[in-house]
Design a protein around this ligand. Structure first.
Ligand SMILES: Nc1ncnc2c1ncn2[C@@H]1O[C@H](COP(=O)(O)OP(=O)(O)OP(=O)(O)O)[C@@H](O)[C@H]1O
Ligand SMILES: [Mg+2]
Length: 325
């Protein structure tokens, strides 16, 4: 269990995270998804008790990360962004060292089991300095789960792994997540979607969206966006209401005098495009342009940030049905 309220961190005068409130329950995998500098690592360092927040509070496995940081560290497995490894130790010796610090019972068996899980059993006697980047990452993961912690905090767990390894590590995380609480960070949208039960999108230190991967998919990716330019669209309430009733349409935004943007169910997107074109023309309007808007992760952030700032001023979604009623 992770509970954070109003977590805020300043580095000097730089605000790194800004009143983050979130939670992760037992058996849940929560992903922090955000671009570089969003505040993912900062948040995770606070959650693991390595750094106090400037404001706010967090409890991990029932313990306060500031007041009871030792208890927290005992119960948390942490894969830091850069794993501090000892190059002149063998993989086995390193895990033995970490395991004895944490008083792991049946340590030898446990190490063998973990090495097998992370695909490094044949490198047990290799010096860490001789491992590839992905292998080092897996050693980091191995030490994070060695003591079977209640809570796992994984900062970009699949960074530097090859595709096959990525799949295997995800599998492993999913398995662990069934019985524990996992919070991971990533800047890869498909990864957040593949792995997590809930995604928190973080940008510039703020959570700007929170959703299940399915919803996120629908809202942001799976939903195809189509932009229309229709002469005189704004104020044409009848037309817009008519378009809104077209089958396959999920959302409709009126951007400005001429631009409409719609989201379509992916499987109906193509049919919807022809329905849209026909509906506009049938209603006697000029369709000046129609294009499919493809969305990259950057677009998604931009969209969310825009939605967010627009919400502060005016509703982003024009609810025309309400206006007409
Ligand atoms: N030790 C530090 N001293 C000063 N500023 C810092 C420090 N660590 C992070 N920051 C700043 O805090 C903000 C958040 O950084 P953070 O490392 O938490 O982002 P992140 O989401 O983990 O990014 P990335 O995807 O690049 O790992 C950034 O503006 C960063 O420059
Ligand atoms: Mg980071």
């Amino acid at each position: 269990m992770i509970e954070a309220r109003d977590l805020t961190k300043y580095y000097g005068r730089r605000l790194a995270i800004d009143h983050l409130t979130f939670h992760a329950r037992k058996g849940e995998i929560v992903a922090f998804l955000g671009p570089n500098g969003a505040g993912k690592t900062t948040t995770m360092r606070i959650l693991t008790g390595y750094m106090p927040p400037s404001e706010g509070e967090a409890k991990v496995a029932g313990f306060d990360v500031v007041e009871e940081s030792l208890e927290v560290r005992r119960r948390v497995g942490y894969l830091p962004e850069t794993v501090p490894l000892y190059d002149d130790m063998t993989v086995w010796d390193y895990l033995e060292f970490m395991g004895s610090l944490r008083q792991v019972p049946n340590l030898d068996d446990r190490i063998a089991e973990i090495l097998d899980r992370v695909g490094l059993i044949d490198r047990a006697d290799s010096f860490i300095g001789t491992l590839s980047k992905g292998m080092r990452q897996r050693v980091g993961l191995a030490q994070a789960i060695l003591h079977q912690p209640e809570v796992l905090i994984l900062d970009e767990p699949t960074l530097g792994l090859d595709p096959k390894q990525r799949v295997e590590v995800r599998e492993l995380i999913r398995e662990i997540g069934r019985e524990r609480t996992v919070m991971l960070s990533t800047h890869i949208l498909p990864e957040a979607q593949a792995l997590s039960d809930r995604v928190l999108i973080i940008n510039k230190g703020r959570i700007i969206a929170e959703d299940t991967p399915e919803e996120l998919q629908l809202r942001l990716l799976g939903a195809q966006r189509v932009r229309l330019r229709v002469r005189g669209a704004q104020g044409a309430q009848g037309l817009v209401a008519h378009l809104q009733r077209l089958p396959g349409l999920l959302r409709l935004h009126v951007h400005d005098a001429e631009h409409l943007e719609i989201e379509a169910k992916p499987e109906e997107a193509e049919a919807l495009r022809s329905r849209l074109a026909r509906a506009v023309l049938d209603a006697g309007y000029d369709l000046l342009e129609m294009c499919v808007v493809s969305m990259s992760l950057e677009d998604i952030f931009l969209q969310l940030i825009q939605d967010e700032s627009a919400e502060a001023e005016a509703p982003a979604d024009v609810d025309l049905t309400a206006k007409e009623a």
